[in-house]
Design a protein around this ligand. Structure first.
Ligand code: ATP
Length: 859
């Protein structure tokens, strides 16, 4: 407790020191100096691993440790050469692994930075948006609903501010804030005059003076106690790990049996038998499965980020390939979020915007309310604020009414901010005749709060319907006199109706095409919007979401349905209007109940639970709140629906590439182990030296596997149906292909082994088996490009990484076979040109056979 008191006292001292600059905020120079003194506003608990540590971790594998032990025993027995080769191969493999891990981590880190929260600070008297890490002590930070608080600080002023401090206090209900309620050493959750880093603003707005940043915040103190949280494995990695474990156990048992047979039946030296058993285990156990997934996923995320989809959780990339339903907002995602006023309705008259007249006493109260009950500003620097409101300000400017002047003339005393649940906003102003509350909002909501006759209501509703059918968004305006500036939600009643303003938000140009792509890809797009049903339906029809046989409904219709009824109902509906956050969650759940993998967009504070419920939560990067971004697996840098479709396409591509790489690794390993088994059962000499298996597995095999992870997307990827959500990679078909391809490569290797055995004995046989297996696996990379034959097509050459991997692998193998100095190191015998030709022919032949099998399967 004493500690806390000290902190508050320190806070207070800093506060008074800084108060002098609150009106203007810090100057840029002051901010830069303080930033330098205090360091960036970052929590440092999740420190990045150093490269050296990553390198050392490559050796912390059971099999690698066994190999090192084997090398040590070799040295003790005087066989320094073998030991050196083994250690060199292990080290090169570790270098490769380190480079891949560091690269993957770097690209994930840069993604994290892209989706890191920003803050609105007052600098030199102007509000600017800066990265949260650049906020410094003494800054004045402006808060709106949905913002993440990025530093600790004392509130200067606020309107109906509520903060979710659950990350700090565990209390799930938002805390109401009040700058006047100074409570010196009250416990954290009871401090109403302070806001804390790590919390979110759920309601209202306010400004605070930063008193602590980074580790010098309450969150920082908690974070310092926590250990670095590692990146969680994706479901695919978990299932591959499980598969890998089972396979490893079988292989270890097999290696144990082979070891026993070598020592006790064939009387081979224990050391040789042991080294071989370990090498076989290394060669056959697919230890790279999980890490190849990380590498390929990180390639994918980099490409997606370039295309404006920023992945926050790696699981999202995997899931994107299976998305079968996309629930999307309308405003800003499917539409441009560029509103322009088209029509007005006042005193019983529909007025086209060209004929609007501020001089007309019938229209003036409506137009004045439009400027006063709005937070947007438009000036030479551009538009700031909600597009619905900037449209109102631009309407005023069109008639030479400056919003600033009007707002100065009728100053705003208090406000009840807009929130999309209530669908209303109110402000109180000092007019010449007294205090006046102006309220604007959704027509259906506001009409219930005005006193109008049944006839008037019918007429207004008819006009609203007419505007909505044209796809216009309609806002209603009303006002009432109030006695005191302080108003609450109960005061938004008994209002005088002023009129309607209708605005157009055209669909994005790319929306219709993206929706058509969805249909071709077997994905169902669903519009879920806060807007009016008829407006939403008009837009949805235009872009192809609302089609024959489906309907547009109000969110409220599902209130009376049970979950089972809703599950049966959702396929019929393409547009949900006037939805609440609870509706969103229920709709997502209903689609999931039907076995679909659902992506859901969201931007507001209240969208967070639905974003979490969805399999892939998609937050808006531009208009989205930090709360929504925090809950999402993916953030759209351009808020565009079409970007989701590109991300799905990339997700499908990435999944296919992971599959290719795994198929490559498993079938190659299978070929090796089948050959060894054959030799053992046939009573032949051992077909490979330990170093051969290590060479193939740790060196020449990794490159094509990674290159397959970069395979260009096939054109038909968006013409296929989504992969069923329950379907893993290791399907019966997939494992059959792995088995068949492994057999073909093994057959080529066995033939080469026999040719070698009869031409020059055991040493030549093993050299030929090794070289054929190695080269076949390099060729096999091309087999794994597609389920269809690619030989003699352009596709064969379209992955330059794979061509490069083949060239490097071929060069390494060529050097081992052709450079006499390397022969003893890699236990290879000199080969005749005929034998070399046989190796190339058999390896190439194995590829041709697999290509023919693919062609037959396709037929
Ligand atoms: P979407 O959910 O597709 O983004 P939306 O932007 O229409 O749609 P909300 O922002 O929740 O959803 O708005 C709901 C309704 O509230 C609108 O249809 C409109 O009538 C009203 N509204 C929107 N913005 C304001 C505002 N700034 N002030 C008052 N009312 C508003």
């Amino acid at each position: 407790m004493a500690d806390k008191k000290e902190i508050w006292q320190k806070t207070r001292v800093e506060l008074f020191r800084d108060l002098s600059c609150t009106e203007q905020g810090l100057t840029g120079e002051e901010a830069a100096t303080r930033l330098q003194q205090n360091g960036p506003n970052e929590l440092r608990a999740e420190k990045q691993k150093s490269t050296v540590r990553i390198f050392l971790e490559q050796f912390a594998d059971f099999l690698v440790i066994l190999l090192i032990a084997a090398a040590a025993v070799s040295i003790a027995l005087g066989d320094a050469e073998s030991a050196a080769v083994i250690l060199a191969v292990i080290t090169m493999n570790a270098v490769l692994g380190t480079v891949q891990t560091v690269k993957a981590a770097a690209s994930l880190e840069s993604l994290k930075r892209m989706s890191a929260p920003t803050a609105k600070v007052l600098r030199d008297g102007v509000v600017i948006e800066i990265p949260g890490r650049d906020v410094t002590v003494g800054d004045v930070v402006c808060l709106d609903a949905g913002d993440a608080v990025c530093a600790d600080g004392r509130l200067l002023d606020c309107a109906a501010l509520k903060a979710d401090e659950s990350a700090l206090t565990g209390e799930s209900l938002p805390v109401e804030k009040d700058p006047q309620e100074v409570a010196g050493d009250a416990p954290l959750g009871d401090r109403k005059d302070m806001v804390y880093s790590g919390s979110f603003i759920t309601y209202g707005r306010g400004r605070f003076l930063v008193t602590g940043v980074g580790m010098d915040t309450e969150m920082g103190r908690i974070a310092a106690l926590l250990k670095a949280a590692g990146e969680k494995k994706t479901p695919l990695q978990v299932s591959l790990d499980q598969f890998g474990k089972k396979l490893s156990l079988c292989i270890l048992i097999l290696c144990g049996i082979l070891f026993a047979v070598s020592v006790f039946v064939r009387n081979e030296p224990v050391m040789n038998a042991f080294l071989f058993a370990v090498a076989l285990a290394v060669a056959a156990i697919p230890e790279a499965l999980s890490s190849i997934v990380t590498i390929v996923l990180s390639f994918g995320t980099r490409k997606m980020a370039k295309e404006n989809a920023i992945i926050r959780k790696l699981q999202a990339v995997e899931g994107l390939g299976s998305v079968s339903v996309i629930c999307s907002d309308k405003t800003g995602t499917l539409t441009q979020n560029k509103m322009t006023v088209q029509k007005l309705y006042a005193k019983g008259k529909i007025i086209p915007v060209e004929e609007a007249d501020f001089g007309d006493p019938l229209q003036e109260p409506l137009l004045r309310a439009a400027l006063l009950c709005s937070d947007a500003t438009v000036n030479e620097n551009g538009e700031v604020g909600d597009p619905t409101e900037t449209a109102l300000v631009r309407l005023g400017e069109r008639f030479s009414f400056d919003e600033e002047e009007t707002r100065q003339k009728y100053p705003r005393l208090t406000e009840i901010p807009f929130d999309s649940d209530r669908k209303l906003m109110s402000t109180v102003h000092q007019l010449s005749g007294g205090l006046m509350m102006m309220t604007k909002g959704a027509v259906d909501v506001l009409l219930d709060r005005t006193h109008i006759s049944q006839e008037e209501r019918k007429e207004i509703e008819a006009v609203n319907e007419q505007f909505s059918r044209e796809g216009l968004r309609v806002l209603a305006f009303a006002c009432r006199k109030v006695d005191a500036p302080s108003v609450n939600l109960g005061d938004e009643n008994g209002l005088d109706f002023l009129g309607l303003i209708a605005m157009m938000d055209p669909p994005r140009e790319e929306s219709a095409r993206a929706v058509a792509e969805c249909a071709a890809a077997g994905i169902r797009p669903v519009m879920i919007t806060g807007d009016h049903r008829i407006t939403a339906a008009a837009i949805a029809k235009k872009i192809g979401i609302l089609t024959e046989g489906t309907e547009a409904v109000d969110g409220a219709v599902i209130d009376t349905m049970s979950d089972e009824e809703l599950t049966a109902f959702v396929p019929k509906v393409s547009v949900y209007a006037r939805v609440s956050p609870e509706h969103k969650i229920r709709i997502v759940r209903a689609w999931q109940e039907r076995g679909n993998l659902v992506a859901m967009t969201g931007d507001g504070v209240n969208d967070a639970p639905a974003l979490k419920q969805a399999d892939i939560g998609v937050a808006m990067g531009v208009t989205g709140t930090e709360v929504a971004k925090d809950a999402a697996g993916m953030v759209l840098a351009d808020d565009n629906f079409a970007t989701i479709i590109r991300a799905v396409e990339n997700g499908r591509g990435v999944y296919a590439n992971i599959k290719r790489a795994i198929q490559f690794l498993l079938s190659g390993n299978m070929a090796g182990i089948l050959t060894v088994l054959y030799a053992s059962l046939a009573g032949l000499p051992v077909p490979f030296a330990a170093v051969h298996l290590l060479f193939i597995n740790l060196l020449t095999d990794s490159l094509p596997a990674i290159a397959l992870g970069l395979e260009p997307q096939s054109e038909d990827v968006m013409l296929q149906k989504p992969r069923p959500r329950s379907e893993g990679i290791l399907t019966k078909d997939f494992l059959t292909n792995v088995g068949v391809e492994g057999c073909v490569i093994s057959l080529a290797t066995i033939v080469a082994f026999h040719i070698g055995l009869s031409a020059g004995g055991a040493a030549t046989g093993s050299t030929m088996a090794f070289a054929t297996l190695c080269l076949s696996r390099l060729f096999h990379g091309f087999n794994c490009k597609s389920a269809h034959p690619v030989l003699f097509t352009k596709k064969f050459f379209n992955n330059r990484y794979l061509l490069g991997a083949f060239a490097v692998g071929g060069l390494l193998l060529g050097s081992v076979l052709m450079v006499p100095a390397l022969e003893p190191l890699f236990s290879v015998a000199a080969l005749s040109a005929m034998n070399l030709g046989a190796i190339v022919g058999l390896a190439f032949g194995s590829m041709v056979v697999i290509q023919i099998l693919k062609a037959l399967r396709k037929k």
